[in-house]
Design a protein around this ligand. Sequence first.
Ligand code: SAH
Length: 256
Amino acid sequence: MPNPRLLIDQPLAAGATLTLDEAQAHHVGAVLRLAAGDALRVFNAREGEWRARVIEKTKRGMRVLVEERLRAARACPDLDLLFAPVKRHARDLIVEKATELGVARIRPVLTQRTIAETVRVDRLALIAREAAEQTERFDAPEIAAPVSLPRALDGWESARPLIFADEAGDDEAQAWGGTQGRAPPLAQALASVAGAAKLAVLIGPEGGFTPEERRLLRGLSHVIPVSLGPRILRAETAAIAALTLIQAVWGDWRQG
Ligand code: SAH
């Protein structure tokens, strides 16, 4: 078993002594069950990953000695996930899996059919942090404060194409008044963004997008509607499937 990893917000250098805060000390002591002398790995997005050792465990905290650098830091592809905060279990799953799949940012977006419930950004940040520790990345994705869909789209940076997971089938699309039929498959759409340095993907809530939202999205030149197939996926499945394909085709191998 490789040594457990801990994301540390302090500078890391050989010989540095870290004092873990209470929550992290509890995690290392009670959850990971490490004691004085045990090895672990500490990391952050600036100084990379280091071998470290527990020096002492006290009632209120823990001290850790940073020993030797194991890996230089490497950034995840510049990929944002915009998602409508679905019910709690699915929401937590989306944040965990999006972190594993290497998104840079997670942006909750409130849509018309979003079940209005409060979004605890701090809780989602903790889930992202724990997933980052387990997944060999060097940072936790940033969790943005929730904003409405129009607000998220307002002033969108044009260099970041927005892939819009649009589940509407042909019949439904036509009923909404359009020549706008089923969107092209994601795999095909990704060919058109091969050269983009940044990307974002938008997944809707349990109830999907309203016709009005769909029209708004489809009217924007940087928005690329895509289909994830003829089946309707749950939001969490859609997020995982879309991110897997985007990373496989666009993201993961671009940094060499
Ligand atoms: N409107 C649907 C359910 C929405 S599924 C209904 O209630 O019948 C939740 C979200 O997952 C959608 O808004 C969409 O962003 C994404 N999604 C699910 N299946 C999809 C598919 N086949 N193609 C594209 N996006 C899909």
